[in-house]
Design a protein around this ligand. Structure first.
Ligand code: AMP
Length: 252
């Protein structure tokens, strides 16, 4: 079985986000970019499945500008066998377009499993996995915190984190899985593997070659920073604190 993993290049999770002065989005110039953390978890899960002998090949895919090859090199250094870069001129390709691209790649590559992050930390959409499952008419296990494959029965058992507990579902393969935080702890790429990944070939395709038109379906009207926190006050006594909580904040 082949596993395809979608890895997105996003602003690094440790960077303090700044909104552009014209409020059209967040600043990405001279900002550290990395693989989306949920995509690292998706890739780690695919690698573990391959290492357990249940899959033969892991293919990493990224959609976006030329710099996505850095993200794909990281994927190759972590252990992916192959990488495909879908070259999109625009920096931000919306979830429905990414889902259509992934559908076209799945139809060409025929993987038994497509694993995505549950959400990208830049747009927080949490849409792509669900959309591609809908387009492919494949079963989906979203927010996975545990995945167990049964190769003979061609089924995947997925534990999902839901409000108030864990839901366990069984999916027929091929299927789409999206990863939650507690699924695994992604590995670091070792230096020898980083060096080896430099010489691996990253296949390039365009959306046109996949017959997908990159059409924005959502118009972003404005991106604004959250309101600044007001300065606090130091009160001289507990009585005054209780008075303020009762009469100003009205929380008592
Ligand atoms: P989103 O629906 O934007 O929150 O993204 C959810 C997941 O879809 C991500 O964690 C990735 O696995 C995948 N994805 C979204 N956009 C891209 C992209 N441009 N390239 C590769 N994978 C993507």
């Amino acid at each position: 079985m082949k596993i395809m993993v979608a890895v997105k290049r996003v602003v690094d999770y440790a960077v303090k986000i700044r909104v552009k002065p014209d409020k059209t989005g967040v600043e990405t110039t001279n900002v550290k970019m990395s693989m989306n953390p949920f995509c690292e978890i998706a890739l780690e899960e695919a690698l573990r499945i391959r290492e357990s002998g249940l899959a033969k090949e892991v293919v990493a895919v990224s959609v976006g500008p030329a710099q996505c090859t850095d993200t794909l090199r990281t994927a190759l250094a972590m252990g992916a066998d192959r990488a495909v870069h879908v070259e999109a001129g625009m920096a931000h390709v919306q979830p429905l377009s990414v889902a259509k691209i992934l559908r076209a790649l799945v139809q060409a590559e025929q993987p038994g499993l497509l694993i995505l992050g549950k959400q990208a930390i830049d747009d927080d959409c949490n849409q792509t996995g669900q959309m591609v499952a809908g387009l492919l008419q494949w079963p989906q296990g979203t927010f996975a915190s545990k995945v167990v494959l049964d190769k003979e029965k061609q089924k995947a058992t997925v534990e999902r984190e839901v409000d108030g507990g864990i839901e366990t579902i069984c999916l027929d393969l091929p299927a789409v899985i999206t990863t939650d935080l507690r699924l695994n702890q992604p590995r670091y790429a070792t230096l020898p593997n980083i060096m080896k990944a430099k010489s691996k070939v990253i296949k390039k395709v365009t959306p046109e070659e996949l017959n997908v038109e990159l059409r924005p379906d959502i118009e972003i009207i404005q991106v604004a920073e959250p309101p600044k926190r007001k300065a606090g006050v130091i009160l001289p006594s507990v009585d005054e604190l209780i008075d303020k909580l009762k009469n100003e904040a009205r929380v008592l």
